[in-house]
Design a protein around this ligand. Sequence first.
Ligand SMILES: Nc1ncnc2c1ncn2[C@@H]1O[C@H](COP(=O)(O)OP(=O)(O)OP(=O)(O)O)[C@@H](O)[C@H]1O
Ligand SMILES: [Mg+2]
Length: 281
Amino acid sequence: MIEQKEDTNGLMFENLDPDTLLSKNENSSSPDTIISTNNLTLGFGQKTVLSNINLSVQKGTITALIGPSGSGKTTFLRSLNRMNDGIKGYRQTGDVLFNSESIWASNIDLLALRRKVGMLFQRANPFPMSIEQNVVAGVKAHRIAKKPQLKQIARMRLEEVGLWHAVEGRLHDSPFRLSGGQQQLLCLARALAIGPDVLLLDEPTSALDPTSIQAVEQLIMNLSPAITFIVVTHNLAQARRISHNTAFFFQGQLKEYGPTRKIFEDASQPETQQYVSGRMG
Ligand SMILES: Nc1ncnc2c1ncn2[C@@H]1O[C@H](COP(=O)(O)OP(=O)(O)OP(=O)(O)O)[C@@H](O)[C@H]1O
Ligand SMILES: [Mg+2]
């Protein structure tokens, strides 16, 4: 049996009815909005980390979250699929809506939410099981497919992320001998295998070499618009290359949010201009 695990792939490993869907209601601000935050303020204990964040992400887009270290990007990203909930001292006001419904609504199944809103972390975190088993770990945990289909699913997802030829002869080997870039692609294959609508990526390429960075970026662009991506990055060139919209976080506030080209070429706020021009760390 797989032990119950939090904070690995944004999943908790236990039974889930795969047909559990998050129902929509009619309060949506726009029919194309998939995730939005409504005056989201949060912190830990006395410390306020994010203040009054209002951000609306359109379905099928790639959104970059940028800003100096400590500005709250990771904390914000983690709030979108309730990854902060279990942290001691966490407090929050305001709301996050997924498909127009509060992610804290009493009828929300947390596992179903995390199946729909998946997450990939900065450092690749393969599980201590074979390469093949890694890809289908979430599929098995969520009982999305039957056993005879698992091999085929693993192959399909490995092909999708461009890893198949590198690993087809060692599907039963440990993932820990793969390169860092390959391990990150493996984690991406695992995240994709459970069919997310949204993927939250926290600096997914910061530990990778240029070739692997290019592979991950290309994949993100290929998977859009079927999947909506929200990507934290310190790599400003990457934000420009891959994102439609960019949100600039500064000292726990969403300073500016808009089309990526506008943020980089014609920002309204002086702090944004300083940051995107490299004059602020
Ligand atoms: N569990 C926690 N308890 C207390 N403070 C926290 C906790 N998690 C984050 N913080 C604080 O929240 C602030 C924002 O942190 P966060 O990791 O979200 O920043 P970031 O923008 O992702 O930074 P970086 O670019 O360095 O990754 C920091 O001051 C951090 O110390
Ligand atoms: Mg961070």
